[in-house]
Design a protein around this ligand. Structure first.
Ligand code: HEC
Ligand code: HEC
Ligand code: HEC
Ligand code: HEC
Length: 503
């Protein structure tokens, strides 16, 4: 197997070059011509309605629309109740599901209990920044009104503006249809690392369009007084990339600015919540080192008669092994699925160990506070929990890391577990000092038990959310249709599932 990879590595450049050549000779030429003849979707500005693109690019549209098929809700708090303990005091402890198809991005951010139940444009727990990676309307609003205006105020303020799910204008220029970076914060993130977006290769662009959203970020807050004397709060999506992509590099960045997303209510640890560093982790793996881009596996070329086009059904490459993995590798489909499954199993095993350790550390720290521990006594242990939890989250909040970068993922999980254990030893000493010996953390083996431990009753949140969904959310939809921003047909027949109800 080793030998075949070596040969493969050497010949890969040639294969890719030949593939590109064949592609351009083939029917792809026709599609290229279509682009060269420039069917202009929109002369000025951003066309966020995906249906408007369908007219010129039916194959890309139809395959994009198929992301609608990936609509299963996988409640991860149920599958991994430790998460509730780790995120005590943060919205993620209320609702957290595995990712679904891009088609559901707007529905999911609207339905999640994390965005609360606003009743007006100025209420609710989240800032506008929560829309950032959900819709081409974000590119439209930033282009029309400026980035600062987009990032000011509450999430609910833009409810009737951000209405189309992730689509064409997130990745393509509305006039030329060329790949484009529609999010200025990615361009700034790259600049912080000394990379000029204007100079990146076409192959890099086939990953960077994804990196606009599939990356680690935080909300950088600024306050200023507007001309009207009102205080304006801006939360700008910012990539913490200045020191590099390693988990420890980003940890140092956050420590340097004393950043935390929330304070865990059990242990009182200031926690950094990892987002989805898919791009960062991917770059540490073998496929990135061999020059692959995200699109090579998640958007394979597809032949249809004489036409070769890019399949836009972004999902699991394993649904299409013949067109993804097997263009380079020679194993059978069954062998490949087994290899990937084995990598997942290894990650799951170590992830569980790390989560159990960190959850116990939080609960034991809570006991120490209860027993009269002082902030000074707890300081070192809480720093270990902070770093351990960050490394765990950074390695797995990206759901594909077990495959994209298996060694780095397992390394970070081992480090997370070690830091969690060190915290527990320190906490045991503090507990002993306050007369508590042999304390055992309570049972958190189900979502219900874990929710009870953090004293979170979801009933009220769910009731308010249901009212929001049948009230304000419906008004947003109506307004968007009236403003001509949303084609009502685009949501017809769409399922509407959540972790807390199917209605
Ligand atoms: C997540 C990013 C993304 C989204 C969303 C997206 N595309 Fe693409 N698209 C790509 C990438 C990557 C390629 C491959 C470009 C290349 O290598 O030249 C591509 C290629 C294309 C091409 C060139 C011809 C081909 O098939 O290779 C067209 C036309 C196109 N997309 C249209 C669309 C339309 C229409 C939509 C919306 C229905 C859409 N795209 C949505 C990323 C995206
Ligand atoms: C505008 C932001 C954005 C862009 C650009 C984007 N994604 Fe996504 N992606 C998301 C969000 C948000 C979700 C989760 C959607 C949900 O669960 O509602 C997601 C989900 C996914 C999933 C899970 C799909 C499933 O059915 O389980 C994959 C795989 C994925 N994206 C890969 C990519 C790749 C590869 C690219 C680039 C070609 C890309 N994404 C570009 C935001 C984006
Ligand atoms: C060499 C092929 C390959 C490349 C290149 C690749 N991926 Fe993946 N990706 C996979 C495989 C395989 C999985 C696991 C799929 C599964 O478990 O069904 C995956 C999983 C994912 C998932 C999780 C999907 C889910 O529903 O859990 C996301 C998101 C994702 N990839 C995004 C990306 C992004 C973004 C890039 C580029 C930065 C990228 N991938 C590059 C093969 C690839
Ligand atoms: C464009 C070519 C290409 C595609 C597509 C591709 N690979 Fe690879 N793959 C490579 C190369 C090159 C290597 C590295 C060989 C080396 O240098 O050892 C590699 C290495 C691997 C390895 C061994 C390294 C490790 O992480 O264990 C596995 C397993 C693997 N690929 C699985 C997959 C799967 C599964 C897919 C489809 C989702 C896929 N590959 C798609 C080119 C590709």
């Amino acid at each position: 197997m080793k030998k075949s990879y070596a040969v493969l590595g050497i010949s890969l450049t040639a294969i890719v070059a030949m593939g590109l050549l064949a592609g351009s000779i083939n029917g792809k030429e026709e599609e290229r011509k279509a682009i060269n003849q420039s069917p202009v979707v929109k002369e000025n500005g951003v066309e966020a309605r995906n249906e408007e693109w369908a007219r010129y690019f039916p194959r890309e549209y139809d395959s994009w629309k198929m992301t609608e098929k990936s609509d299963k809700i996988d409640d991860l708090l149920k599958a991994k109740p430790q998460l509730v303990i780790l995120w005590a005091g943060y919205g993620f402890a209320k609702d957290y599901n595995a990712p679904r198809g891009h088609f559901y991005s707007v529905q999911d951010v609207t339905n999640t209990l994390r965005t609360g139940a606003p009743v007006s444009p100025v209420t609710g727990p989240q800032p506008t920044a929560c829309w950032s990676c959900k819709s081409p309307d974000v590119a439209r609003v930033i282009t029309e009104k400026g980035e600062k205006e987009f990032f000011t105020g509450k999430w609910a303020r833009l409810g009737s503006e951000i209405v189309n799910p992730i689509g064409c204008a997130d990745c393509h220029d509305s006039k030329t249809a060329a790949l484009t970076l529609s999010r200025p914060y990615l361009t700034r993130g790259l600049e912080a690392m000394g990379v000029q977006a204007a100079n990146v290769s076409h192959q890099d662009m086939r990953s960077l369009v994804c990196a606009q959203c599939h990356s680690e970020y935080y909300f950088k807050m600024t306050k200023e007084t507007g001309a009207d004397g009102q205080e304006k709060i801006t939360n700008t999506v910012t990539f913490p990339w200045k020191n590099g992509f390693k988990g420890e590099d980003i940890e140092a960045y956050y420590d340097g600015i004393e950043f935390s997303d929330f304070t865990n209510t059990l242990s009182k640890t200031p926690i950094i919540k990892a987002q989805h560093p898919d791009y960062e982790l991917f770059t540490t793996g073998i496929h990135a080192r061999r020059g692959l881009s995200c699109a090579d596996c998640h958007m394979p070329y597809q032949q249809e008669g004489a036409v070769k086009y890019t399949n836009h059904t972004i999902g699991s490459p394993l649904d299409n092994v013949a067109n993804t993995c097997l263009t380079c590798h020679q194993e059978t489909e069954a062998e490949f699925k087994k290899t990937v499954a084995m990598k997942l199993e290894r990650k799951e095993e170590l992830q569980k160990v790390a989560m159990d350790t960190l959850a116990k550390a939080h609960l034991e720290a809570a006991k120490a506070w209860e027993s009269g521990a002082s902030p000074d006594e707890m300081k070192a242990a809480l720093q270990d929990i902070r770093h351990g939890q960050w490394r765990w989250d950074y390695s797995i909040a990206t759901h594909g890391s077990f495959f994209h970068a298996p060694e780095e993922t397992l390394r970070l999980l081992a480090s997370a577990n070690q830091l969690g254990q060190e915290a527990r030893i320190k906490i045991a000493a503090v507990l002993a000092k306050h007369g508590v010996v042999g304390y055992e953390a309570p049972d958190f083996s189900t979502k219900e038990k874990a929710l009870a431990l953090i004293k979170l009753d979801l009933a009220k949140d769910i009731a308010a959310k249901q009212q929001f969904r049948s009230g304000l959310a419906k008004e947003w939809e109506k307004e968007a249709i009236e403003k001509g921003l949303l084609n009502p047909a685009s949501r017809q027949g769409m399922s509407n599932k959540t972790s807390y109800s199917d209605k």
